[in-house]
Ligand binder design. Structure first.
Ligand SMILES: Nc1ncnc2c1ncn2[C@@H]1O[C@H](COP(=O)(O)OP(=O)(O)OP(=O)(O)O)[C@@H](O)[C@H]1O
Length: 269
């Protein structure tokens, strides 16, 4: 879970603060001409991608298209062979390690929820507060009013105020996913990368997740990787289709679904 990485930045390096990201004259996040090879296999092939400040972007593509590798490059897990990756206009992500990138305001939600089952919903959010954990050794530190308000705001956003005293382990699968999104929100990220958020959810949970992600756009820039086309249609403004490590096309869901190249890639024909 990126929360732990974000909350334990390696000391020493001067880390850019979230508020300093400069997206005034362009995208909040961009990758240009990025290539990644694994043992000679090109997982990303001269890929360029631009994400606007506050947008909700969906990323689709067949298995092996490079979606996970793209996320890994943005979060610093994988360093590309070539190309550039910038956060705002000034922060070169290739110069930062994973904890520094998380600290700068880019967080990632993996497919499987990883909340602390033995803690309450409230305590999970409390743990995720953007504080320096090196000077905060216990859970039972006294929250100030602002921190309490922040937790209550996030509880409202993820629609779990009624469950705040419940153990996270007793939540449904969907509720655990929302709690983990809430834990990321506690860090007030600029960019959230969300990997297959609805896998294993009930129909009702899927609808609620769509509402949640839609409510976050504008305040955060969100990149969602998802295979479920119906879900993508329900949230997408702009869809990027990856194929063989490159952007095949971008546009509205209707545009990409009617694109013969996309049809061919998905049908394999
Ligand atoms: N660490 C690695 N070593 C070798 N090959 C890798 C590695 N990581 C990814 N690949 C290969 O790179 C290609 C792109 O993989 P990636 O996981 O990014 O695709 P994806 O679009 O996320 O696929 P899926 O939808 O199946 O998750 C695949 O062919 C994969 O086998």
């Amino acid at each position: 879970m990126m929360i732990s990485a974000a909350s334990t930045p390696e000391g020493g390096a001067s880390l850019p603060l979230t508020g300093e990201v400069d997206a005034r004259h362009g995208p909040i996040l961009y990758m240009e001409d990025v290539s990644v090879s694994f043992d000679g296999f090109r997982a990303l092939n001269h890929l360029s991608l631009y994400i606007d400040d506050g947008e909700l972007r969906c990323l689709i593509g067949p298995n092996g298209a490079g979606k996970t590798t793209l996320m890994d490059v943005i979060t610093g897990k994988t360093k590309p062979d070539s190309g550039s990756v910038f956060f705002g206009q000034t922060i070169d992500l290739l110069e930062l390690d994973e904890p520094a990138i998380a600290q700068a305001g880019i967080c990632r939600k993996f497919q499987k929820p990883s909340v602390f089952d033995a803690l309450t919903v409230f305590e999970n959010l409390e743990l995720a507060l953007k504080t320096d954990k090196r000077t905060w050794p216990t859970l039972f530190h006294k929250l100030n009013g602002e921190q309490r308000d922040r937790i209550h705001d996030v509880l409202q956003t993820i629609a779990l105020p009624a469950q705040q005293r419940q153990l996270a382990g007793a939540l449904s699968h969907g509720q655990k996913q929302w709690l983990e999104i809430g834990m990321l929100l506690m860090q007030d990220p600029k960019v959230m990368l969300v990997d297959e958020p609805i896998a294993g959810m009930t129909h009702q949970e899927v609808e609620r997740t769509a509402e949640l992600l839609l409510s976050l756009q504008g305040k955060h820039s969100i990149v969602v990787v998802e295979h479920d086309m119906e879900f993508v249609r329900s949230i997408a403004r702009k869809v990027t289709v990856l194929h063989e490590g490159s952007v095949l096309t971008e546009g509205t869901m209707d545009e990409v679904q009617n694109d013969p190249r996309v049809i061919q890639v998905y049908l394999g024909g």
